[in-house]
Design a protein around this ligand. Structure first.
Ligand SMILES: [Zn+2]
Length: 375
């Protein structure tokens, strides 16, 4: 029987750059098959997805995660080769160690331990694994959830293995994510010579009051689960590069990370209203990246808090911070979703690593969560 460390090492050797799974799921499938899971491949486009289930009854407890990794960056800047897992000072180094092959290995060993001990557990255990999380995420979890929903298969509880710990293992889990929406504004003016102000319409000047209002607006106060909505400008461009020409347009890109107090419709109407006060000559295009979701206090938060208290002696912070994850595709189906994984300090960086002791703690925590839900 393989340990969590051995399984992590085996997965780290596979160069699974999005959307290439590189055999990671075959390794997982074989392990799970030996323990009574039925494997189903749900491939869409260039993306490999695995749905594995043990049991036929409710409730369904699923582990969700991804086998794909982000590129290594300059290999010569790594202290050890990124695809030759290397142990140093209690940590294992390699691309994907923390995000999230260590978590996948911990899920496997947690299941093994749980099933060995409680062969007759209630409900079902499942795995929803994709190879397209770090990329466009269009043929991965979102499609599997659609397919499961279409045939009436429901996930009641889901743990996503994203690295959520901050300073020490288990100090933080994610119970939701803020929504994210981008706006692309083009403010039109009339180009001309700076010496003839009566002949030009300067879009930079027209933008000045908009900038002032839009950056000091209080969008909401947040709520019990979310911090207040934040607005940030990421790009602003205007000007021809020379001193004596008033430009004909100004372009702006901005983003809002929003709480469940707001909807995309409310955001669009409030921002449009602010711009309308200053200009009637603009185009504004929106792109919604994700709606906010939240797992409110209930069975799963209790199960996770109790398990972490047992393993770490501490109660985790229930956070909704950070970027988006595949949890956003699962939660809308009424599933209670929590993200719980190792420390995220080195993810996507040179010399990505994870503590070996934390991997064992993670496996034990996953096993205790299974016990708290399915016994
Ligand atoms: Zn990840």
């Amino acid at each position: 029987m393989s340990t969590t460390l051995e399984l992590t090492q085996a997965l780290l050797k596979k160069i699974s750059l999005t959307p290439d799974d590189a055999g990671c799921m075959d390794l997982m499938a074989e392990y799970l098959q030996q323990r009574g899971f039925v494997i189903e491949w749900m491939n869409f486009g260039d993306t490999k997805n695995m749905w594995a289930r043990r049991g036929t009854t409710a409730p369904v407890f699923a582990f969700a995660g991804h086998t794909d990794i982000v590129p290594t960056g300059p290999v010569d800047e790594w202290d050890s080769p990124p695809f030759e897992p290397t142990i140093k000072a209690g940590h294992i180094y390699g691309r994907g160690a923390a995000d999230m092959k260590g978590s996948l290995a911990a899920m496997l060993t947690a299941c093994d331990g749980f099933i060995t001990q409680y062969d007759n557990h209630a409900g079902s255990i499942a795995f929803l694994i994709t190879s397209d999380e770090e990329g466009p995420a269009t043929n991965g979890t979102v499609k599997v959830m659609e397919a499961l929903d279409a045939r009436g298969e429901k996930i009641d509880y889901c743990i996503v293995g994203e690295p959520t710990s901050h300073k020490s293992f288990g100090d933080m889990v994610r119970v939701g994510r803020r929504g994210s929406i981008n706006g692309y504004l083009t403010l039109n003016g009339k180009q001309g010579h700076v010496a003839y102000p009566e002949l030009v319409e300067n879009p930079i000047h027209a933008f000045a009051p908009i900038l002032s209002i839009i950056t000091t607006e209080r969008w909401d106060e947040g709520n019990d689960y979310f911090p207040p909505t934040s607005f940030q400008i990421s790009n602003i461009n205007a000007g021809t590069g020379v001193e004596n020409v008033v430009p004909g347009e100004l372009k702006l890109v901005f983003n809002l990370r929003f709480s469940s107090e707001l909807t995309p419709e409310i955001i669009k109407s409030r921002i449009t209203h602010i711009i309308d006060q200053q200009s009637d000559n603009y185009e504004l295009v929106w792109k919604l990246s994700g709606l906010p979701f939240i797992t409110e206090r209930g069975e799963l938060t209790n199960a996770v808090e109790k398990a972490l208290l047992d393993v770490t002696g501490k109660t985790p912070i229930l956070s909704t911070g950070g970027g988006t994850s595949d949890g956003r595709f699962i939660a809308p189906y009424g599933t209670q979703v929590i993200e719980l994984g190792p420390i995220n300090e080195t993810i996507h960086k040179i010399n990505e690593c994870v503590s070996i002791a934390d991997l064992d703690a993670l496996s034990l925590t996953y096993k205790k969560i299974l016990s708290n839900i399915l016994l």
